[in-house]
Design a protein around this ligand. Structure first.
Ligand code: PFF
Length: 447
């Protein structure tokens, strides 16, 4: 397994920022608030938190550990931990890789909208009102153009590799994003209508609890923590052998969940403030209108209420969100690129262009068949593929990989681990409890 030439993150903080950079993205600002708003608010929030804690976090540790042990692309890492059944690992790696490309193909479309909403107020300010209006109205050409505006930088960053590309882009973003969120939350909570949103977000109404809600919350937890599609495995493979995996994973999960929680604290009240100001959010029957684009009508409506300052705050916010989406998109593109460079011995430069090109074509197909494909690809990849694959990775680690080998890998970064309660609980937990919990969730939904 010795492959000393392999790139590594240059520091532990660099890794945490990059992994948190992958985790924090559209899932936090678009997926989570939209799902919370359409699933009755607080109940969704609490089930989501539970899913992060009981399922996503333990499986994040599994993915990082497999990746670091393999010190290679996911296809190879998974086969290295599959004992005598190497083909199972290879197959899972390939399916995960397809999942990552599937997610990226819809992710770039939504991230493109962020780019549009970032530039549009500036265009309006400088007199290009038609162009500004075009950017804010839904059309195939706009979606295609914006998707390309996002895809090209993604390809360029991945072309530059780990330390120069991914790590550098992920640093320094988090504190600024966090600060801006806090300022906006304080602002919105003082607007008329905000309290109604806050109540919906924090006070559970159990009548909304349903099997479908639990499946969605589970998918959202896996989506937000970038699980099940080999991303964390690839990042784990660039992680130094001295890092403490359970602790690092906890930091990443906390950062990601914290940002999602704050995004909800902003968007839920902002929805009701927007409604108070005449923006239609819920239909007469109480269903969410145009859920895919919800945050894109709520946020600009909020910035409008801020006067001229709103233009600059809005710009800064969307810029930071574009960068957050970029650090997630590059992690998704890194999966197939890492496989192609190592398995086919291709240069990074070459692999990144042809793989990026293929994903761009897939995105274009979704753009031109939006009604039929967009929701379908989102549901299949995030609600089903991510949790199921995440679980299968953990089953491989739990049942095919030798327990002593896992411990040997884990204690490298924390020698005392073998004595802790973590080690007493975790292996059995991912082997037995996680599969049972997940079967219960899906089973409850199916019956
Ligand atoms: N976690 C990212 C987000 O919340 O936006 C999206 C994502 C990135 C999902 C990487 C899956 C993945 F492998």
């Amino acid at each position: 397994m010795a492959n000393t030439q392999r790139a590594q993150f240059s520091s532990r903080l660099g890794f945490i920022l990059a992994a948190a950079g992958s985790a924090i993205g559209l899932g936090n600002i678009w997926g989570f608030p939209t799902q919370t708003a359409s699933n009755g608010g607080a109940v969704f929030l609490f089930i989501y938190l539970l899913m992060v804690f009981v399922l996503a976090y333990p499986l994040l540790i599994a993915e990082l550990t497999i990746g670091r042990y393999g010190n290679a692309n996911p296809v190879r890492s998974l086969s290295a931990v599959s004992g005598g059944q190497k083909w199972i690992g290879r197959l899972l790696g390939l399916v995960g890789l397809l999942g990552a490309t599937g997610i990226l193909s819809f992710y770039t479309i939504v991230a493109g909208w962020l780019v549009g909403y970032m530039v549009s107020p500036l265009l309006a300010l400088t007199g290009f009102t038609d162009a500004a209006a075009w950017l804010e109205s839904f059309s195939e050409t706009r979606n295609l153009a914006l998707m390309l505006c996002f895809m090209v930088p993604t390809i360029l960053v991945v072309r530059n590799g780990i330390a120069n590309g991914i790590e550098r882009w992920s640093s320094r973003l988090m504190p600024v994003l966090f600060l801006l969120f806090v300022i906006m939350v304080i602002y919105i909570l003082f607007q008329p209508g905000a309290m109604e949103g806050l109540k919906m977000y924090l006070i559970p109404d159990m009548s909304h609890l349903s099997p479908g809600l639990v499946v969605s919350a589970m998918g959202q937890a896996f989506f937000s923590l970038s699980l099940g599609v080999c991303v964390m495995m690839v990042y784990g493979s660039y992680l130094s052998k001295t890092a403490n995996i359970p602790k690092t994973a906890a930091q990443v999960a906390l950062l990601d969940t914290g940002i999602a929680f704050i995004a909800g604290l902003l968007i839920m009240p902002a929805m009701f403030v927007a409604q108070h100001n005449g923006v239609a959010i819920y239909s007469e029957a109480g269903a969410l209108l145009s859920s895919d684009t919800l945050v894109f009508s709520v946020l600009p409506a909020m910035f409008d209420t801020m006067g001229t300052a709103g233009i600059f705050i809005g710009f800064a916010f969307f810029l930071l969100m574009v960068i957050a989406a970029l650090t997630s998109a590059i992690s998704l593109l890194e999966v197939p690129v890492a496989c192609a460079t190592e398995e086919f011995r291709q240069s990074r430069e070459k692999a990144v262009w042809w793989i990026g090109g293929l994903i761009t074509i897939a995105s274009a197909v979704i753009v031109y068949n939006f009604g039929d494909l967009f929701g379908l690809v989102v549901t299949v990849t995030t609600e089903y593929a991510q949790p199921i694959l995440g679980l299968l990775f953990a089953l491989v680690a739990g049942w095919l990989w030798h327990r002593n080998e896992i411990l040997k890998e884990l204690v490298q970064g924390s020698p005392e681990l073998g004595e802790t309660w973590f080690w007493k609980i975790w292996p059995g937990y991912v082997r037995v409890i996680c599969p049972i919990l997940m079967l219960l969730v899906f089973g409850w939904d199916w019956i």
